[in-house]
Ligand binder design. Structure first.
Ligand SMILES: [Zn+2]
Ligand SMILES: [Zn+2]
Length: 618
C-alpha cells in the first residue's frame, strides 16, 4: 500500500528534475551607509553624554507616554530627581565643547556610571561604566527619540492635562533662552490639522480620548479595535520626498504590521481630526505643536506615542527604500508605528525596534522577535480559506533546463497569499489580489484547485460554481482553448461526467490515481483514465476518511483538501482547523488525526486593508 510519505518520491519519478520551493526576495534590499545632511553637535563630553542618558531613560525610566504630542514644550529632562542636582550642576559647569577629560571616570557620580553600565550592556559594548570611545560612538548614531527605558503604563503619575496644568520642572539641562521664548509663543498657537484649525475643545477631546485609553489599565497598551485610521498631516509634509512618495511609504510601513497581526490600517483624508487614530507629520526642531523638540544634539530621526502620533525630524534626509544614502523613511516609519502599537525598544539584532538606525540591513522586515512581541499584544491572525494548494510550474534555469518549482498558496475571497514553508510565514508583500496574480480565473471565491499529474499528463484546474478553468502553468494564465480543443470555462459535468458543481473541494490521490470530489458530507471518486465515477461512489467522507479519535472529524462542507509537498502530508481544512491524514500503519487507512488550529500549522496569514491591496508585487 502506498502511503502519503511516498508521494514525493512518486512525484520525482514523474518530474525527475530539480524540484524545490522558491525562496523569497527581500522587499527593501539596497540600503547603504547614510551621509550626514545636517550639522549636529556630537556627543563628546560627559555633559552631553549625561544628557543623552537622562533623555533616553538610562539614569531612570522616563515619563514618556504622558507627555503630550501636542501642547507646550516641556523640558526634555523632566524626571531629574533632586539627588542628581549636584552632579548635574557639576556637569553644567563643564564647557559643552570642552575636550574630553582623560580622568572622566573619576569625575562621575555613581548614578551616571550605573547608567553607562546599563547602556553599554544593552548595546553589547564592553561594560566599563566609563565614557569610552565605543560608548560615545554608540551615542552618536541616528536614533529614535522615544526613551529606551520608559515608566510602564499605569505607573505614570503625571497630571492628565499638561497644557492646563502648565507646570514644568525646572531643569538646568533645558533648551537655550531662545527656545524658552519660543515656548510661550507656541503655547498660544492652535494646532493646524489639514487646513482646519483644531479648536481647544477638540484638542482636549483628542487628549481625553488617549488619556481615557491609558487609564483603563493593562488593555490600554493596545488599540481595542481592528481598523485604525491614519493621516499624514497637511502641514507636516517632508521636504525630501514628494507627497505621494511619503504617503506610499507610510502605507507600506503600516501594511508590514498588518501582515503579521489582525489589524487593518486605513488612510483617512477626510474625517474630523479627532477621529484619526494615528496622525503623522514631519517637522524640524520645534514642530507640529509638539511638547518635545528635535534638538541638534545627536540625531533623533523621529518620535512617537503609544496609541498616539508620530513625528519625523525633517532635518534628517529621508529617502525611499533602496536608496544609496540618507535615512530610509520606510524603516523609520515601521519602527515608530511599532511604538504606537505598544512596543518598546528591543536591542536585538534584526529587530525593527532597535533604537538606533542601522543603515545596512538587507531584510528590512519584521523578524521573529518583532512578530512575537506584537502578537503578544494583538494575537495571531485567523480566518477561513476558500482553497489551499501547491502550484507546480516550470521555469528554465541558467543552463536552459526546465526546472520545476512549487509554491504554496492560500486563497480567501478575492485575495491570496504565497507561503514560504521553509521559514513558516507568508512571502513579504502578501496578500495580493487574485485578479493581479492569477490571470483568467474568477476574481473571488474560488471553490477548489486541482493538480493532476501522471507520467503522460498534467493538468491544473480551478473550480467555481458549476464551472471550471484550465490553467496554463507555463504562461501563467488560464487557457481560453486548451491543446485538446476545449473552450474554458467549461461545465464541470462536461469535463467530469457524473460530477456536477458546485463542489466544496477536490483532491488528486497519487496513490490510486483517482480524483476525489467533495460536496457536503459526501465524496466521489473519479477515474481520469476511465472518465467515469468509480463504482460505489459517492460515499460519506467520514466512512472513507475515518476519525482517528472518535468525534474529532470535520464531517462535511470542507474548505480544502490539500496535499503539501513540504509536509508530505494530506490536510483537511475547515474553518480555523486542520486535520492531517495519518501516514502511520498503526491506524486505519486514511484516518484523520485530531484537529489543530490552522494558525499553528501555517503562521501569520493576515488580511490587510483593501486600500493596501493594490500595492505592486515585490
Ligand atoms: Zn523608537
Ligand atoms: Zn514631536
Amino acid at each position: 500500500m502506498i502511503r502519503a510519505l511516498d508521494f514525493l518520491s512518486l512525484f520525482f519519478l514523474v518530474f525527475p528534475i530539480i524540484f524545490a520551493e522558491r525562496s523569497f526576495h527581500p522587499r527593501d534590499s539596497a540600503e547603504r551607509q547614510s551621509k550626514t545632511e545636517v550639522q549636529v553637535r556630537p556627543i563628546v563630553t560627559p555633559r552631553s553624554a549625561q544628557r543623552y542618558l537622562w533623555k533616553y531613560g538610562w539614569i531612570e525610566p522616563v515619563l514618556w507616554e504622558s507627555r503630550p504630542s501636542h501642547g507646550k514644550p516641556t523640558p526634555t529632562v523632566e524626571n531629574v530627581i533632586q539627588s542628581d542636582r549636584t552632579n548635574q550642576e557639576h556637569l553644567e559647569n563643564t564647557p559643552f565643547d570642552s575636550e574630553f577629560p582623560t580622568d572622566i571616570g573619576l569625575t562621575l557620580n555613581p548614578r551616571f556610571s550605573g547608567a553607562l553600565h546599563r547602556f553599554q550592556e544593552a548595546n553589547k559594548l564592553v561594560v566599563t561604566g566609563k565614557l569610552d570611545a565605543a560608548t560615545m560612538k554608540a551615542m552618536n548614531v541616528p536614533r529614535c527619540g522615544v526613551p529606551d527605558r520608559k515608566v510602564p503604563e499605569g505607573e505614570e503619575t503625571q497630571p492628565e492635562d499638561h497644557e492646563e496644568n502648565g507646570s514644568t520642572i525646572p531643569s538646568n539641562l533645558n533648551e537655550s533662552e531662545e527656545d524658552s521664548r519660543d515656548t510661550h509663543q507656541e503655547s498660544t498657537e492652535d494646532v493646524q490639522e489639514r487646513g482646519q484649525t483644531l479648536s481647544l475643545p477638540a484638542k482636549r477631546l483628542v487628549r481625553r480620548k488617549r488619556s481615557q485609553l491609558l487609564k483603563a489599565g493593562a488593555k490600554t497598551t493596545a488599540f481595542s479595535k481592528h481598523t485604525l485610521k491614519w493621516r499624514l498631516l497637511g502641514e507636516g509634509y517632508s521636504v525630501w520626498l514628494s507627497k505621494e512618495q511619503q504617503r506610499y511609504i507610510l502605507r507600506l510601513a503600516f501594511r508590514m504590521w498588518s501582515e503579521v497581526v489582525p489589524l487593518n490600517f486605513e488612510e483617512d483624508l477626510f474625517s474630523p481630526a479627532h477621529l484619526i487614530d494615528i496622525k503623522l507629520g514631519f517637522g524640524t526642531r520645534r514642530h507640529l505643536g509638539c511638547s518635545q523638540l528635535f534638538d541638534d544634539m545627536g540625531r533623533e530621526f523621529a518620535h512617537a506615542w503609544q496609541l498616539g502620533d508620530i513625528h519625523f525630524n525633517d532635518d534628517e534626509h529621508f529617502v525611499p527604500p533602496n536608496s544609496e544614502h540618507g535615512i530610509s523613511l520606510l524603516k523609520v516609519a515601521v519602527h515608530e508605528i511599532g511604538h504606537v502599537l505598544g512596543l518598546s525598544h528591543m536591542n536585538l539584532l534584526g529587530s525593527v525596534m532597535q533604537p538606533n538606525y542601522i543603515p545596512v540591513n538587507e531584510k528590512m522586515e519584521l523578524d521573529l522577535n518583532d512578530r512575537m512581541a506584537i502578537q503578544k499584544i494583538y494575537g495571531k491572525c485567523s480566518g477561513r480559506f476558500n482553497t489551499v494548494f501547491d502550484w507546480v510550474h516550470q521555469e528554465p534555469d541558467d543552463l536552459g533546463r526546465q526546472v520545476s518549482h512549487y509554491n504554496t498558496y492560500f486563497f480567501r475571497r478575492s485575495w491570496y497569499w504565497r507561503y514560504e514553508n521553509s521559514s513558516n510565514r507568508t512571502w513579504y508583500g502578501y496578500p495580493q489580489e487574485l485578479k493581479v496574480g492569477w490571470e483568467g480565473i474568477p476574481h473571488a471565491d474560488i471553490d477548489a484547485f486541482l493538480h493532476f499529474w501522471t507520467k503522460k499528463k498534467r493538468f491544473t484546474f480551478f473550480f467555481k460554481g458549476k464551472l471550471y478553468w484550465r490553467y496554463d502553468d507555463l504562461n501563467d494564465k488560464t487557457y481560453r482553448q486548451d491543446p485538446e480543443g476545449h473552450i474554458y470555462p467549461r461545465l464541470i459535468s462536461d469535463g467530469f461526467p457524473g460530477i456536477s458543481g458546485p463542489i466544496d473541494t477536490v483532491f488528486y490521490d497519487q496513490r490510486d490515481h483517482n480524483i476525489y470530489f467533495f460536496h457536503g458530507r459526501n465524496v466521489t471518486a473519479f477515474g481520469m483514465e476511465s472518465q467515469k465515477v468509480v463504482p460505489g461512489y459517492p460515499k460519506a467522507i467520514e466512512d472513507l476518511f475515518p476519525a482517528a479519535k472518535s468525534g474529532d472529524h470535520p464531517k462535511g462542507n470542507l474548505d480544502s483538501v490539500y496535499f503539501s509537498f513540504s509536509h508530505k502530508a494530506i490536510f483537511f481544512i475547515k474553518g480555523s482547523y486542520v486535520w492531517n491524514v495519518a501516514t502511520s500503519d498503526d491506524l486505519p487507512y486514511n484516518s484523520l488525526l485530531p484537529h489543530r488550529l490552522i494558525n499553528e500549522q501555517w503562521k501569520d496569514i493576515c488580511d490587510v486593508h483593501p486600500s493596501m491591496l493594490s500595492m505592486p508585487r515585490r
